[in-house]
Each structure stands twice: as C-alpha cells, then as structure tokens.
Write a new protein. Structure first.
Length: 420
C-alpha cells in the first residue's frame, strides 16, 4: 500500500461522511466492519454477543429453552435497528471533518489522559488491595469496611473516561497510534493487576470488549487487530480460567472442579432461566427511579448508611437462593425480566436514539460526547452487566468525570485565548 493509500484509509476510518454501501463492493473488510458499526452501533453492541456466542452455544448444546434466548435477542434487535435504520436514511452516521475538528480543539488533552490513567490504575489497585470488588466480598455479600474503598469508589469508572479521552486525542491527531496503543496497554495492565487481586476476570474481559467496540467505532482499531485478539483470548481461556480458580482457592474460596472453562461460557443457560417467569416481574425490593438517582448522584462517602445495591443478590433470593450469592440474566435478560417484551423493545429503541443524538447531531462527537458514549457502552449496554445497577454505575461515572472534563475544558479555553 502506498503512503497516499494509507493516509486515505486513515482519513476514512476517522469517520468520513456517509458512504453509499451499495456502490463500494471492493472495500477492504476492516472498513466494512467499521461502517456497519458506525451505521448501527447500538444494534451491533446489543446483538453481537448473542449472534456470535450465546445463540450458537444454545444451538450446539440444544438448550431446550433456547426460544426465550432468541426472543430476547430479537426484541433488542427490533427496538434498536428500527431507530438506527430510520436515522441512517435521514442522516450520515458520522461526519469526518467535523469529527476531526471537534477533537483537535484540545491540544493539552494527552496531559489529561496521562494523569487520569495513572490515577485510575493506582486507585483501582489500592481499592482491590483493601477489599473492593474481591471474590470474598462477592461471596459474603458484605461491603468492605475500609474507608479507603468508599473514598476511591467514585474513581472506579475513570478507566472508561480515560480511554474515551485517548480515542478523542487520537481522532484530533493529538496522540499517535503508538501512544494510543501504549496507554491502552497501561489501562489494560491495570485491570489485569486488579484481577490478580480480586480473582474476578470478568472486568478484564469487559474492558477488552469495550476497547474493541469503541476502537472500531471511531476507527482507532482495525478489524484484523480485534479478530486476532479475540482468537488469542479464546485459545488462552482454559489457562486463564485455571489460573483464576487457583487464585480463588488460595484466597480460601471453594471452586467447583466439575465446572469447566467451557461451562463458564454457557451464557445461554444463564439467560434462558428467565423463561420460567411470567414477565414483567414485580420483585420485592427491586431498584426504583429514586434509588437510581440516590445511588447515582450521591457518593457513598456522603451517604454511608445506605445498604449495598445489588439486584443480582435480590434476583438470586427470588430464585430461591441466598442473599450472599448473586445471579442475573445478563443485561438484556434483566430488562426482559423487569419490564417484559415491551420494555425490552423500548430499551433498545431508547438506547439507539441516545446514540443518534450523541453521534450524529451537530457535527462529529467531541471528547465530552465520546466519554458519554464509552460509559454507556461499558455499563448499561455492557452485555454481562446487571441492569438496573448498571444505570447507577453510569451516572456515578459521569458525575465523577465532571472534574476531569472541566479541567479539559479549561485547558482548551486557555489555549484558545492564548491563540487569539
């Protein structure tokens, strides 16, 4: 590939105006993947785990309740796709020049990224060391007693904010591809270090998934990179699972030796358990709007008397288990459990409409909108997340990100004033 062809490819990946999909049959595969994700981001995020993992596993193992798994994925698809299809006809997915311009106005953004990355990784490791998010905490259902964990809880979502700002810096040509990969690797290393302490691998895998989706969406990653990473994780999964179990046993947590690494991937069984209920379910103690606002807007340091928020524990009790264990039907399954078919359709449509506003209105998204997009993908739309607790987490992260975004805005304003 010539230098000019390479530059043109990068220009396209940085969100050029809406293409005519029908006339570009020779487009490289990595550009096709980016175009599909840019045109139908919410549909892709919601349905891809079902299309590539959950439904194939249900079919291969002949899950007798696979109909409800298919129904849940279909309802989410219809709700999200209908809105995105309508707006893809009316408007371009992303405006390339506006996208680049919106993110080039912050020449000091990499300074902010570096500070937030170091603070985030350090805070996550310290919090885990003092008992935050460990397997022991999850098993007992008790909150960590250390005030350090409560103090650092608002910073738990800064890794998402940091990665969003890193993408923004790359889009605005304030960070090279080398810097993008290096700082992404630092954030991932921090999550691996945390997993070695907590003995919980899911946050690491969720973060890798987030990096893949947001990176593809904004062109910072190519499909072949994501595919290679996915294959590598799949090959290494049995080893990762064995190491996780070893860490848990060393922490005094019993491990079921009959539950294999492949069994852990049977998410279809987890989702299909919802089929035994007549939805929507009115569950005692379930999270309401007032709880979402209270837990989302008020830091625990200022409201230490409130109980732990865990819909997973409540669902497990509703299933006949104890409050010291947790269970969910994955994100879409929980929405279906609490709100039924209509609620799941509305959830998909509302999520798509939010992304339309963030991605397609008033030019390309700048760093502030990219932060919101990243947090929404990581939490409410995270396929293994526990709804509605994930809504609380998203609000908490956006509130905690306010100081970072204010500093970024101030630095951008100062630079503009100096330029004048």
């Amino acid at each position: 590939m010539s230098s000019k062809d390479h530059d043109d490819s990068i220009l396209y990946l940085r969100c050029v105006p809406r293409p005519d999909l029908g006339s570009n049959h020779s487009m490289p595969p990595q550009q096709w993947a980016t175009r599909i994700l840019q045109r139908f981001p919410t549909t892709s995020v919601l349905v891809a785990p079902y299309a590539f993992l959950i439904l194939p596993m249900a079919a291969y193992y002949r899950n007798p309740r696979s109909e409800v798994v298919f129904l849940i994925s279909l309802l989410a698809f219809l709700g999200a796709f209908s809105v995105e299809l309508l707006f893809s006809i009316l408007r371009s997915p992303l405006n390339g020049r506006c996208c680049a311009t919106s993110n080039s106005r912050y020449p000091q953004i990499m300074k902010v990224v570096k500070i937030v990355a170091i603070v985030s990784v350090t805070a996550d490791i310290i919090s885990a060391t003092f008992g935050g998010g460990t397997i022991a905490t999850q098993v007992t259902g008790r909150l960590p007693t250390s005030p350090v964990v409560s103090l650092l809880t608002p910073l738990a979502g800064w890794k998402y904010v940091c990665f969003a700002l890193l993408v923004s810096a790359w889009l605005g040509k304030r960070a090279s591809s080398r810097q993008f990969y290096l700082w992404t690797a630092l954030l991932l290393s921090g999550q691996i270090a945390v997993a070695s302490i907590t003995a919980i691998t899911q946050p690491v895998l969720n973060f890798i998934g987030l990096v893949a989706v947001v990176g593809l969406l904004f062109g910072a990653l190519q499909t072949r990179v994501v595919v290679v990473a996915a294959v590598a994780i799949a090959v290494a999964w049995p080893t990762i699972y064995a190491l996780r179990n070893e860490v848990r046993e060393n922490s005094g947590v019993s491990v079921d030796d009959d539950f294999s690494a492949v069994d852990r991937l049977r998410f279809d069984e987890q989702v299909s358990q919802v089929s035994v209920f007549a939805v929507p379910v009115e569950m005692p103690g379930s999270v309401g709007v007032d709880d979402i606002l209270r837990y989302g807007l008020v830091p625990r340091v200022l409201d230490s008397a409130r109980p732990a928020l865990s819909s997973g524990n409540l669902i497990n009790q509703y299933l006949g288990g104890t409050r010291t264990s947790s269970y969910n039907f994955l994100a879409l399954g929980n929405v279906y459990f609490f709100h039924g078919s209509t609620g799941l359709l509305i959830f998909g449509a509302a999520s798509s409409f939010l992304f339309v506003l963030l991605l397609r209105s008033r030019g390309g998204p700048g760093p502030y909108r990219i932060v919101v997009i990243t947090v929404v993908i990581a939490m409410p739309l995270g396929w293994t997340s526990t709804y509605p607790d994930s809504l609380v987490g998203a609000i908490q992260t956006l509130v905690a990100s306010a100081p970072v975004l204010l500093v970024l805005r101030r630095l951008g304003s100062s630079e503009s004033s100096a330029g004048k």
